[in-house]
Design a protein around this ligand. Structure first.
Ligand SMILES: CC(C)(COP(=O)(O)OP(=O)(O)OC[C@H]1O[C@@H](n2cnc3c(N)ncnc32)[C@H](O)[C@@H]1OP(=O)(O)O)[C@@H](O)C(=O)NCCC(=O)NCCS
Length: 178
């Protein structure tokens, strides 16, 4: 039987394990949605954003003592990417007029379709609403879009992230009123 899921805030001590989980998640789950070249390029525009851990807005989901997934939200402008991704903007958003960001959602391949993603999204929406945000947005991967659609997000605009290899990674900006 499946172990129940529990949530807690991520701490700096989690960083090595989260990096491994993210690499596994990108490498094993995205090939169902992207070409091999796009999966390789995805590593450049995805990954760990340590600002979220410092801000106390990043969650770890555990099941039976193992980390099953991670993800979070942000009151800062950066829409997607890890510490290594270009185009970051740490400016604080205005909850009255701007959408909180949903960021860096990853489920370990051994724990997919058990509600990990759905649980993280609900935690993010609850915390963002408590800080006065009226909506959430994210840059969804092609692998993330089915989850967000199932959780009430609508497509705003498809776009492509450019990478240093020249390969462009398809993404879609999605949003939801809280
Ligand atoms: C996207 C991701 C986080 C989803 O994680 P998950 O924990 O498996 O999602 P959940 O179990 O909460 O799924 C909730 C619902 O979303 C939908 N869904 C999730 N994954 C899906 C998939 N691969 N295909 C179709 N629908 C899917 C389903 O409606 C599902 O409900 P159901 O299982 O009862 O049918 C995971 O696939 C992942 O880590 N992908 C690789 C990294 C990535 O692209 N992250 C998104 C960044 S924007």
């Amino acid at each position: 039987m499946s172990e129940p899921l529990s949530s807690r805030l991520a701490t700096p001590a989690d960083i090595p394990a989260l990096k491994v989980l993210m690499e596994r998640s990108i490498s094993l789950l995205l090939p169902a949605f992207l070409s091999p070249e796009e999966v390789t390029a995805s590593h450049e525009v995805m990954g760990l954003d340590t600002q979220l851990i410092a801000d106390g807005t990043y969650f770890v989901i555990e099941a039976g003592g193992a980390i099953a997934g991670c993800g979070g939200w942000s009151r800062r402008a950066t829409l997607f990417g890890g510490d290594h991704t270009s185009g970051r903007d740490a400016a604080l958003l205005d909850p009255a007029t701007e959408a909180a960001r949903v960021r860096a959602m990853y489920t370990d391949p051994d724990f997919t379709r058990r509600g990990v993603g759905r649980l993280i999204l609900s935690l993010c929406e609850e915390r963002a609403a408590a800080e006065g945000f009226k909506s959430c947005e994210m840059a969804a991967t092609m692998g993330g879009e089915p989850l967000y659609t199932a959780c009430g997000y609508h497509r705003i605009e498809p776009f492509e992230a450019e990478t240093s290899s020249g390969v462009r990674v398809p993404l879609v900006r999605m949003g939801k009123a809280l």
